[in-house]
Design a protein around this ligand. Structure first.
Ligand code: NAG
Length: 441
């Protein structure tokens, strides 16, 4: 009974600790404050300054525990901010790794200037000008990358001019910062937004834009004006949003119905409120492992001393490279490597996938292949390892197996018997004949 109550108490304590830990897990983030250099009569375009900054994240204004903790000495006290994030987007454990962990969340803060957008699908948001007094404040835009690599957040925060207590007005988060997709499969690039319902900016509506970027080339994938509920005309096929989830939960995820090789690249999710814009950029990589085929298949019977040419073709894979090698597995079940053979160059097919082959020159006299076994071609690729096999049969093998030896002993015995029998009949008949002349004599 006492045991039971102890366990009960302990679990209550554990539960309390757990709840407490969860509810107070908003992080203290060390970030870079990056802004354009001012002064020096214009100076170099694009020159920036970088300073360390500290952000105390909290989920509401009552929570002031964070502000009391001490700041590291290498941070300018003017660059220490408190950020209230009621949606708790930044309170995810990916931004608050355990103390002492090597990996740290990455973040960058920039001053932000609210301004109306001239984009066709955003313009409707600022049609009816409203009190810009609200905009006269200190605005920051910040981007955060979690320790699990998959999670990213972008925020637009506001602080009454001259104060250092910011509130998140718009936040964008993604759980697919580095996504992978198989060819021909549907893929979802996650992007959800939250807008402070108390802000006058969230009353009007929002707009969503998805852009694609690859090696400096960009194009519009999809644009949606949430105020007029209109989708802009784009040339992109098979890209869509879940409009119900978008209006109900701010889920602006992009759905690509059928992944193609040319979908690999950077996707930028932008969400607009009147005068505000937050963006998250994510990487999509299309990964498809190769299909393998071996020629000739089946292999012809081999005699020792013969050189066999075997070809293995890996096709339909993306991206490069693929690592091809050969293996032999004998009748005894032991595997050994036969090297990588001679690799061809790679070719690209109309659909953007690659193919590459390797040729194995199998000299049956040099290798101890026994009576044969299984020859495999192994392809190691980012998308997984694939293998294909053919059976190799060597006739007139050199090293006999146990059954062979037994058979040989049997054959030898039979032969011995036959010889014995023959010699017996011969000697007996011979002695008869030998005896005859004797008799004749
Ligand atoms: C948003 O919707 C997509 C599918 O449309 C889903 O995969 C994703 O988990 C949703 N994200 C959130 C945060 O609910």
């Amino acid at each position: 009974m006492t045991d039971f109550s102890t366990i009960y108490k302990l679990s209550l304590v554990a539960l309390w600790c757990f709840i407490h830990a969860c509810s107070s897990s908003c992080p203290l983030l060390e970030c870079w404050f990056v802004q354009e250099k001012v002064g020096r009569g214009g100076g170099l375009a694009g020159a920036t300054t970088q300073e360390k900054t500290l952000l105390h994240i909290r989920k509401d204004e009552r929570d002031d525990g964070a502000a009391s903790s001490r700041a590291p000495s290498d941070i300018n006290p003017d660059r220490i901010y408190v950020i209230t994030d009621p949606a708790e987007t930044l309170c995810h454990r990916s931004f608050n790794p355990p103390r002492g962990s090597i990996k740290k969340p990455q973040c960058e803060v920039n001053p932000f200037q609210p301004q109306p957008s001239s984009l066709a699908w955003v313009r409707s948001l600022t049609e009816n000008a409203f009190s810009p007094v609200y905009l006269q404040a200190d605005w920051f835009s910040a981007s955060f990358h979690g320790v699990d690599d998959e999670r990213g957040v972008a925020t637009i925060t506001r602080a009454p001019s001259g104060t250092k207590e910011h509130s998140v007005i718009l936040s964008l988060s993604s759980t697919t910062m580095t996504a992978q997709a198989r060819l021909g499969q549907p893929v979802t690039l996650d992007c959800s937004f939250w807008a402070d319902p108390l802000s006058p900016l969230s009353e009007t509506g929002f707009a969503v834009e998805w852009r694609y970027q690859f090696r400096g080339d960009g194009r519009l994938v999809l644009a949606y004006d949430g105020k007029t509920e209109r989708l802009a005309d784009t040339l992109e096929d098979g890209a869509t949003l879940d409009f119900e989830a978008l209006h109900e939960r701010g889920n602006a995820s992009l759905i690509l119905q059928e992944t193609k090789v040319q979908h690999s690249g950077t996707y930028i999710c932008s969400v607009f409120l009147p005068y505000l814009l937050a963006q998250v950029a994510m990487e999509l990589e299309v990964v498809e492992p190769p299909s393998l085929s071996i020629h000739p298949s089946p292999l012809p019977l081999a005699v020792p001393g013969q050189v066999l040419n075997i070809q293995c073709e890996a096709s339909g894979f993306v991206p490069l490279p693929v690592d091809l090698s050969w293996e032999f597995r004998g009748a005894d079940g032991k595997s050994r490597s036969l090297g990588s053979g001679s690799m061809s160059g790679h070719r690209q097919a109309w659909d953007g996938t690659y193919s590459q082959s390797t040729r194995l020159q199998l000299d049956t006299s040099k290798l101890d292949l026994g009576r044969g076994g299984e020859i495999s071609c192994v392809a190691v690729h980012r998308g997984g390892t694939r293998r294909a096999s053919v059976t190799l049969s060597v006739i007139g093998f050199s090293s006999p197996s146990i059954e062979d030896s037994m058979a040989m002993v049997g054959v030898a015995l039979v032969l011995y018997g036959l010889i014995k029998f023959a010699s017996w009949t011969f000697t007996s008949s011979g002695s008869d004949e030998a005896a005859k002349p004797n008799k004749d004599k």
